[in-house]
Design a protein around this ligand. Structure first.
Ligand code: N01
Length: 551
């Protein structure tokens, strides 16, 4: 345990911990487990009343993960892998919430988690090398280290529409869906937003609502999930293959246990072979479609051939040709926005109780007491669903008042864009680690696999500090500037960022634009992180205990 760590019960003195962890989602739970393993005292603050993060909050109808269950799970415990039984290829929100609850119980994590408690402020005390953390319960604690596991898609984005406060029905963001659900039977429901969330919720809401209006601003590519139950034989095979899959994930650019594509470019094969490969990939379904060929994300011609294939497939599913064309008026290459994985989405527009409203052509003007008005028409509604996404990557971090050395607010440091070293630390904010922070691969990968890699790296780094009696870690500003430059340079070589979306920060008014993901691949990222640690944590600056000199 670090020298001065102790729990002080005197209410006038802040409780002291070695580590404060923000959030009890996939990242926070694993971080707590590993910090305990180092013998550190840790406290997790979680604003919800349960564990699971994304899978605690996103309870909207149809919510499920679009990474396969056998990849979207922890790998740190073989016992956990063997005892947990996934039931579907793409797990639902309730199944994932059960999984994270099981993990919390199995590893006895709850006793160090304070639920219903938000971190409002974290201030670095330069003299003592400690963070002073204030929570929404007006409690102040101090910690040597802070690990933010606040999530990269947790700060909701609810656009402000004129008149929203006058609406007499119910309005709700998808990530705030109530635990008991909403019975939409007999309701006229309006959904704003057709990203991954809207596309999952729309088919489910359509089954119950009297009428569903979908307000679509930007049509997007979506690939069929081809979800299926996992039978006993498949489960046995899965359990048998977890280790082999782990090796595949480690070698994969997106941390998934798939084999690399059959051919690297759509352009290197004749048309018949290309069509056969695309048909096979379409039949397989799921997010792997974006990697049907290696160069879909980098070569415009390869991308166009793949995009046209998908558009033809979508056209076949929609009976009304005008509706089909509205769904297909896609203004970006496939993969330039997060590829959506769907179940019965396009077929839903063949239902008589579903209307697609093009709000790019006729924008939403206001919300009225009775519903919603566009520049062309009015819609009477009982429920408005905001499937309008999140302030991604930086939103949750900047929602807190984080102040580094000299009281510098993180908001000020990042006012022109988020600079970090490895997506793990930001210079001037010593002893603060970010899990899936801006500048890391984050959700551009199988995020739970990336989370494990981040947490393992942070744990090794803290072990190094304990062994060497080091009190403080910061990044060298030059190393940070160089990493951030590389992040932007690599992004510029791909189609990511070539169109507006949450990926570029364009969905949030006033947010600095730019891709904040490391797109060089999670396998490369992992190697870089390991190499930096092996080279004496190159690019980091440490301070020995009891000494203000840096090493
Ligand atoms: O959010 P989004 P999301 N007027 O930002 C529209 C992950 N995820 O929650 O594109 C009208 O993608 C907006 O329109 P436009 C995944 O990483 C994973 O769907 O800005 N419309 C868009 O259609 C995903 O990428 C899973 O023109 C407005 C929608 O709202 C990320 O979360 C499931 C508007 C927002 O789409 C975010 O997905 C769900 C306005 N004023 C999510 N403002 C799985 O694993 C916004 N919109 C399956």
């Amino acid at each position: 345990m670090i020298r001065d760590a102790c729990l002080i019960e005197d209410p006038t003195t802040p409780q002291e911990f070695d580590v404060v962890i923000i959030g009890a989602g996939a990242a926070g739970l694993y971080a707590l487990h590993r910090m305990r393993g180092l013998g550190l005292s840790a406290r997790v603050f979680e604003k919800g009343d349960g564990v699971g993060g994304t899978w605690f909050w996103n309870r909207y109808p149809g919510a499920r993960c679009d990474v396969e269950s056998w990849d979207y799970c922890y790998t740190f415990s073989e016992e956990l892998e063997q005892e947990w039984e996934w039931t579907e290829r793409f797990p639902t929100q309730p199944e994932l919430e059960r999984y994270f609850n099981h993990v919390a119980d199995r590893f006895d994590l709850r006793r160090d988690i304070e639920f219903d408690t938000r971190v409002d402020q974290a201030r670095f005390d330069d003299d003592r090398n400690r963070w002073i953390i204030r929570t929404s319960s007006d409690v102040t604690v101090s910690a040597r280290f802070v690990v933010s596991a606040a999530g990269c898609l947790s700060e909701v984005n609810t656009p402000r529409f004129e008149g929203a406060e006058t609406f007499e029905g119910q309005q709700i963001h998808t990530a705030r869906w109530p635990k008991g659900g909403i019975n939409v039977t007999g309701m006229r429901v309006g959904v704003i937003g057709t990203g991954s969330t809207g596309v999952q919720a729309i088919p489910q809401l359509a089954k119950q609502a009297e009428h569903l209006f979908v307000f679509q601003r930007t049509p997007q590519f979506a690939i069929p999930a081809r979800n299926r139950p996992i039978d006993d034989d498949a489960l046995e095979e899965l359990k048998h293959n977890y280790r082999e899959r782990w090796e595949l994930k480690k070698a994969s650019p997106v941390g998934m246990g798939r084999r690399p594509p059959e051919v690297s470019s759509a352009l290197e094969v004749d048309e018949a072979t290309r069509t056969r490969i695309l048909e096979d990939s379409w039949a397989l379904g799921g997010p792997g479609f974006a990697r049907t060929f290696d160069d879909v994300m980098t070569n415009a011609d390869s991308n166009q051939l793949t995009s046209e294939f998908v558009q033809d497939k979508i056209r076949e599913k929609v009976e009304d040709s005008a509706v089909a064309e509205s769904l297909l008026a896609i203004d970006h290459p496939l993969g330039a926005r997060r590829l959506i994985v769907e179940i019965d989405y396009f077929e839903t527009y063949n239902r008589p109780n579903v209307t697609l409203v093009d709000v790019a052509a006729a924008p939403i003007e206001e919300i009225t007491p009775r519903g919603l008005r566009t520049t062309e028409d009015s819609y009477d509604l009982d429920l408005i669903v905001y499937a309008t996404g999140f302030d991604g990557m930086t939103g949750a971090l900047l929602a807190m008042d984080i102040q580094g050395v000299g009281g510098l607010p993180l908001r000020a440091k990042w006012s022109d864009g988020a600079g970090t070293y490895l997506g793990l630390v930001a210079s001037g904010f010593p002893n603060l680690f970010m899990i899936t922070g801006p500048g890391s691969p984050a959700v551009f990968s199988n995020v739970i696999f990336s989370i494990e890699q981040h947490v393992d790296w942070i744990t090794d780094c803290l072990a190094h500090m304990l062994e060497n009696n080091l009190d403080r870690i910061d990044s060298d500003p030059e190393a940070e500037a160089e990493w951030t430059r590389q992040v932007h340079e690599i992004a510029a070589q791909t189609i990511v960022g070539k169109t507006d979306s949450w990926w570029t920060g364009a969905n949030i008014e006033g947010k600095p634009r730019g891709v904040t993901f490391y797109l060089g691949g999670t396998h490369t990222y992992r190697e870089i992180c390991e190499e930096i640690a092996a080279n004496g944590y190159k690019g980091f600056v440490f301070q020995p205990a009891g000494n203000s000199a840096t090493v």
